[in-house]
Design a protein around this ligand. Structure first.
Ligand SMILES: [Zn+2]
Length: 178
């Protein structure tokens, strides 16, 4: 079991990157089906957390393996919660939402909001939505060689972040999380 790391008394999401993890390269990523992907060094918990910058491998692993954004434990058989700014879009198979934020346990979603002033603000002004997810699937962003060159120094097409595509969900409120 992963213990949730904290920094200055604040829980740090399992997927967040740390300042000691800022060296990027390309490598085959098992979570992306062994395809070439943008990767970064691994030193979780070292330096300072970068709350707005998810770690490449952990972000992909959380989404592909169905792990919680905050605690990194499995979501299997649990209520799955989306906290995202993404809006529904009409696609070939109907309404869907594409988000880069991994899903959360209900209690972990509540804890994230409790400790994060920007999530709290965005919930109250209606730009951040709470959703209970019934059905979703995984996608991977494919990054152009010029982007990979800029980030990781290799001019190759590579897998970037993973995305959660919500296919069926119920809109919920902050109060529902408590
Ligand atoms: Zn969790």
């Amino acid at each position: 079991m992963n213990a949730i790391l904290t920094y200055g008394g604040v829980p740090v999401p399992w997927t967040a990157s740390w300042t000691a993890e800022e060296a990027f390269h390309v490598a085959r990523c098992p979570t992306a089906g062994g395809r070439v992907a943008i990767c970064q060094s691994v030193a979780q918990g070292e330096g300072k957390p970068r709350f707005g910058k998810p770690h490449s491998q952990r972000q992909r692993k959380a989404i592909a393996d169905g792990l919680c954004d905050l605690c990194g434990r499995t979501l299997k058989g649990r209520t799955k919660v989306s906290l995202s700014h993404a809006r529904p879009r009409y696609a070939a198979e109907g309404w869907a939402i594409l988000q880069v934020e991994p899903l959360l346990h209900k209690e972990c979603a509540a804890e994230s909001i409790e400790h994060c002033p920007s999530l709290k603000r965005d919930l109250r002004d209606g730009s951040l939505m709470v959703r209970q997810v019934a059905r979703h699937r995984v996608q991977f962003a494919v990054m152009h060689a010029t982007y990979t060159q800029e980030i990781a120094g290799a001019p190759v097409t590579a897998i970037g972040h993973a995305k959660v595509e919500l296919l069926s969900w119920t809109d919920r409120t902050e109060a529902w999380l408590q």
